[in-house]
Design a protein around this ligand. Structure first.
Ligand code: HEC
Ligand code: HEC
Length: 248
């Protein structure tokens, strides 16, 4: 349990309460006995500890930024759970929680959270200078052909709400989270299923590009009912393993 020492007291509390719930969950479905005081065993109940960290509002914490997960494409969530469990994406709390969990249980969790419709929390609006915002918008919507940088919208969708089955939306995420995820791909701390298109794209972005893109994205309002597109929009400008092999 040495990893626990790296969490702040709240994170530690959540993990400790979670350990109890989690061991019950692992014990498999225990149905409620009338009058026993044991609550009925449902997936919603077993996954409730996840929402302690991942509620409607993503927020910063000492362990890093806690992204909201409700309503993201199921394929994307499933891949992230596999990535944390198998070490392609590194976060001690997530790795501890998911160690030894079976693929089909991870898939069930992903489907559950993808269907969950929590209201979007308002994001603070950005305050970057207008030339930075303009550069960010150009990169997001048009890319930069001279550097073989495709537009972000080519894969994340014209409304940037993400595309099914496995590309997440880019709005409603704080600037710091966006910068840290792109940075994690640049330094090899985050990987997706190969070919890892986001690693290639992140390495083509300089520090100023990353900052401009993140500032512009974080300042965009999230429309009510905004969800990943219902269909895959077509061929991607470069291959992404997580899109071509959604069920792996
Ligand atoms: C102690 C707090 C904590 C708990 C409890 C927790 N998580 Fe996380 N989770 C995190 C942090 C921190 C990250 C972001 C890590 C990073 O920056 O890469 C994360 C990331 C994720 C992501 C990736 C999100 C994205 O948009 O890429 C998914 C999916 C996820 N968690 C699912 C779960 C599920 C399912 C549970 C319950 C089994 C759970 N988490 C419980 C802290 C927590
Ligand atoms: C060729 C397709 C493609 C293009 C172009 C693309 N992305 Fe992505 N992006 C993906 C895929 C696929 C994922 C999911 C990767 C995974 O499974 O971890 C992703 C994930 C992300 C994430 C992680 C989101 C989260 O919740 O953690 C960020 C941030 C991101 N992309 C930003 C960008 C930005 C900024 C651009 C433009 C500069 C861009 N992407 C262009 C395919 C693409």
């Amino acid at each position: 349990m040495t990893r626990l020492t790296r969490l702040n007291s709240r994170g530690r509390w959540v993990l400790i309460s979670l350990a109890g719930l989690w061991s019950q969950a692992l014990a498999g479905p225990a149905s409620a006995l009338p009058g026993s005081g044991i609550p009925p065993d449902t997936l919603a109940q077993r996954l409730q500890p996840c929402t302690a960290c991942h509620g409607a509002e993503g927020r910063a914490s000492r362990e890093g930024y806690l992204p909201r997960i409700a309503g993201k494409p199921a394929g994307y969530l499933y891949h992230q759970l596999l990535n944390f469990r198998d070490g392609r994406r590194s976060n001690a709390a997530m790795a501890d929680l998911l160690a030894h969990q079976r693929d089909d249980y991870l898939r069930e969790m992903a489907i559950y959270f993808a269907a969950l419709d929590l209201p979007q929390a308002a994001m603070p609006s950005g305050n970057a200078p207008s030339d930075v915002m303009a550069r960010g918008e150009t990169l997001v919507r048009r890319g930069d052909a001279s550097r073989q940088l495709p537009a972000c919208s080519a894969c994340h969708g014209t409304t940037l709400a993400g595309t099914l089955p496995a590309v997440p939306g880019l709005l409603g995420l704080p600037r710091d989270y966006l910068i840290s995820q792109i940075g994690a791909w640049q330094t090899g701390k985050r990987h997706a299923i190969e070919p890892d298109c986001m690693a290639d794209i992140s390495r083509r972005l300089g520090a100023e590009d990353t900052s401009a893109v993140a500032s512009w994205l974080a300042a965009q309002p999230v429309a009510p009912g905004w969800r990943a597109g219902m269909a895959d929009p077509g061929p991607k400008p470069m291959p992404c393993g997580s899109v071509s092999q959604p069920s792996r």
